[in-house]
Design a protein around this ligand. Sequence first.
Ligand SMILES: [Zn+2]
Ligand SMILES: [Zn+2]
Length: 350
Amino acid sequence: MPTARAFAVSSPTARFAPITIPRRDPGPTDVAFAIHHCGLCHSDLHTARGEWPGTVYPCVPGHELVGVVTAVGAKVTRFAVGDKVGVGCMVDSCRTCRACQAGLEQYCETHGTVFTYNSPDAHQPGHRTYGGYSTAIVVDEAFVLRMPANLDLAAAAPLLCAGITTFSPLRTWGAGPGTRVGVVGLGGLGHMAVKLAHAMGAHTTLFTTSAGKVADGQRLGADRVVVSKDAAAMAEVRPEFDLIIDTVAAAHNLDAYLQLLARDGTLCVVGAPPTPHPSPNTGLLIFGRRRLAGSLIGGIPETQAMLDFCGAHGIVSDVERIGPEDLDRAYDRMVASDVKYRFVLDLPQA
Ligand SMILES: [Zn+2]
Ligand SMILES: [Zn+2]
């Protein structure tokens, strides 16, 4: 049985430590690759620290992994040794339900989605799936993405969660030339939403609580930045938005943004707060036929479309690269929102 070096936590309060994990022998449709970089997502932190129910330890997080193919199974047709590839939040699903058949594996109706970490691993009974804070992985080719050759591999890693999580609702609700898009929050997700909405041709407004982020918002592509703590500035914003993507993962008043939607506009939440948002005023939905929606990452075909879009437009994440010894400190800084705008872990190469 092949193994990989990984960086794991053994309890909600433990620090990261190196361990050896099993990785299966590549089957006929499997792709094995050396992981070079892995983005750090807030979901990793919530899972590792036991802030969401169900973490099984040892836990190896990471679902923004990129690297280079080292072996392929006999029936693999789409990848070859040496290819630059990535894996996002999922490594398998039931593949037969309506959602999977539609390429929307993240909404698998049989609860058959296998997430990249902390899911039961059918290939290795008794083990959970182990994520990208590791040196190698084996994944069925149906869940492997092709990384655009022109993008810096480390900076492209966060596209696999932060990128697709914002790209999918932008595409679903038609962001493009002639539309007005708002983005709430300038963190890992928000900074990707601003870049992508701008590249799609939408007039893009960033809402941030921090006056210190105005210049950064403009640099990332926002046509306008509104400091949401400034009541006078908020009062000047007209109800003009076709789509607002709310990336804030803390409970807050959604009415402040619902009332900024144009008729038929959509407020889409993509952050997962630990406690629910206060119930919105449904009158704001009725008057204006507005929608409040949510969206979860994106399916495999859409994730490849997102990567191809980013390749064509030269879009990557703004990243700060770290080594395994920095993981605990990086998590503490993520809690303090002290990162511009995504940490990426460099994995040691054998
Ligand atoms: Zn994520
Ligand atoms: Zn399914």
